[in-house]
Design a protein around this ligand. Structure first.
Ligand code: ATP
Length: 201
């Protein structure tokens, strides 16, 4: 099955675009959701994390303490790599298992950090949602009631628009109105249906 990786910076509009594909009955897999499932209490991954990072990253209820984990890996590439080595292979495996269970011409796999992580080779094509940084800041500050400075810091920690565009096979500019977006999605939908029939993505 043709696998389309949907990515974009924070607040660029990944969920908005994914919902438009879902309205066309295209299955959408959310890598963040899978990443949460993979480290659920009782999972092998969480046990490995406990072993590698000690009890300080486990919350009282036995789940992963995400903020403790974030703090630990923030600005520490070695620790970050250690976590990714545990989690990423399992996320990949779980995504591929989900894909195999689908009955569709193609699917959308939403991977926010596709460019930053080793997930790019999991998909056949990369669809990037792009908008100006100022628009990202405006949307996220409004949606999450966050200070603009914090949003800017998150954006600075992610890949740049140029780095994403360099990996893109397809691009959606999400600065327009909803009806324009639906039109762009419909065009891509037709392209993906066409490519999925050719089998040589
Ligand atoms: P995150 O990376 O935080 O998960 P995202 O990339 O999934 O975000 P969305 O949640 O789809 O982005 O969009 C961010 C916010 O901007 C939402 O509140 C959404 O309703 C709004 N938004 C998205 N696209 C548009 C648009 N074209 N016009 C106006 N508002 C929009």
């Amino acid at each position: 099955m043709l696998k389309i990786g949907l990515t974009g910076g924070i607040g660029s509009g990944k969920t908005t675009i994914a919902n438009l594909f879902a309205e066309l009955n295209v299955p959408v897999i959310d890598a963040d959701e899978i990443a949460r499932e993979v480290v659920a209490p009782g999972s092998q991954a969480l046990e490995q994390i406990r072993h590698a990072f000690s009890e300080r990253v486990i919350a009282d209820d036995g789940s992963l303490d995400r903020s403790a984990m974030r703090e630990l890996i923030f600005a520490d590439t070695e620790q970050k790599r250690k976590l990714e080595a545990i989690v990423h292979p399992k996320v990949r495996q779980s995504i591929l298992k989900r894909v195999a269970s689908l009955d569709a011409s193609y699917c959308i796999i939403c991977v926010p950090l596709l460019v930053e992580s080793s997930m790019a080779n999991l998909v056949d094509r990369v669809l990037v949602v792009d908008c100006p940084v100022e628009t990202q800041i405006e949307r996220v500050a409004k949606r999450d009631r966050l200070d603009e400075k914090i949003v800017r810091a998150i954006i600075d920690s992610q890949a740049t628009r140029e780095q994403r565009k360099a990996l893109a096979n397809d691009l959606i500019g999400n600065t327009s109105s909803d009806s324009m977006l639906a039109e762009q999605v419909k065009k891509l939908h037709n392209l993906y249906l066409y490519l999925s029939k050719r089998q040589d993505f």
